[in-house]
Design a protein around this ligand. Structure first.
Ligand code: NAD
Length: 260
């Protein structure tokens, strides 16, 4: 199916690896030109070279997307933001008794306020042009909280509540601007490998054995692949998906145990 977005421009944040790169690849395959961002310059350039080989224009902005100056550079690099994929690394695990105000502010900054700032900069232009697709990469933890990820549960739920109201503004939805959250379950990325290694160390077991246990908890009996995540994201950004807005879309191999 032709997604009808060839020639459009997208900003993809945190896109040198993992889910962000999966989204950037899927959009590039649809002919979407990209501004990609990530913290480390080297990995970003490697990703950009690969994405350019798919035949699209790719511009890069290295830096932490939660810094206002980096966001300004990202926005300035994009001739016209048709598609915005909000993403950033998740906050660290821990016990809320140990977290200070600074820890909370950092989590809120990266996983709630940064996407809101980027949306604010793009959304009215999208509405004027009659096309906009915004996808926020959040987490399955928004629907089924994970106790040690309290910073993530809290910050991402704040973003989710805000988006639920914004996406339904007729000024946006009525002008073909959609905003949706994409909620990953366990996906095979560097972050997942780090989490599994930490769990293996803590339990005095091997990464293979922990991975096997975790896979068995997923009804699909495996972890997701960034390519699968990217393909779903690209569909949400398609011309055909204009009636899909304000939703929290789980992609988790059946892990979430609820009926709704
Ligand atoms: P990853 O660690 O594999 O990818 C990290 C990428 O993000 C790198 O390109 C890195 O440079 C970039 N990055 C991180 N923080 C950044 C920042 N502040 N500014 C700019 N670039 C930044 O991570 P991932 O597994 O692809 O996860 C992406 C998001 O999805 C994270 O928020 C994560 O918490 C969430 N998530 C992931 C999973 C999973 O299983 N992978 C599950 C649930 C939620």
């Amino acid at each position: 199916m032709d997604l009808g977005i060839s020639g459009r421009w997208a900003i993809v944040c945190a896109a040198s690896k993992g889910l962000g790169l999966g989204c950037a690849r899927a959009l590039a395959k649809e002919g979407v030109n990209l501004v990609i961002n990530a913290r480390g310059e080297d990995a970003l350039q490697v990703a950009a070279t690969e994405l350019r080989s798919l035949g699209v224009e790719v511009r890069t902005v290295a830096g932490d997307i939660s810094e206002p100056a980096v966001r300004e550079r990202v926005l300035a690099a994009c001739p016209q933001v048709d598609i915005l994929i909000n993403n950033a690394g998740g906050p660290p695990p821990g016990d809320f008794r140990d977290w200070q105000r600074e820890d909370w502010l950092k989590a809120l900054d990266a996983n709630m306020l940064t996407p809101i700032e980027l949306i604010k900069a793009c959304v009215d232009g999208m509405a004027e042009r009659g096309f906009g697709r915004i996808v926020n990469i959040t987490s399955g933890a928004v629907k089924a909280p994970i106790d040690v990820l309290g910073l993530s549960n809290g910050a991402r739920s704040g973003l989710t509540g805000f988006i639920a109201g914004l996406a339904r503004q007729s000024r946006l939805a009525g002008n073909n601007v959609t905003i949706n959250n994409l909620l990953p379950g366990p996906f095979e990325t560097e972050r997942l490998h780090k989490t599994l290694s930490a769990a293996a160390d803590a339990n005095g077991t091997s990464v293979e054995s922990i991975s096997e246990q975790r896979r068995k908890h997923v009804p699909a009996q495996r972890f997701g692949q960034p390519e699968e995540f990217g393909a779903y994201c690209a569909f949400i950004c398609s011309a055909q998906a204009g009636f899909l807005t304000g939703q929290n879309l789980l992609l988790d191999g059946g892990s979430y145990p609820g009926t709704f």
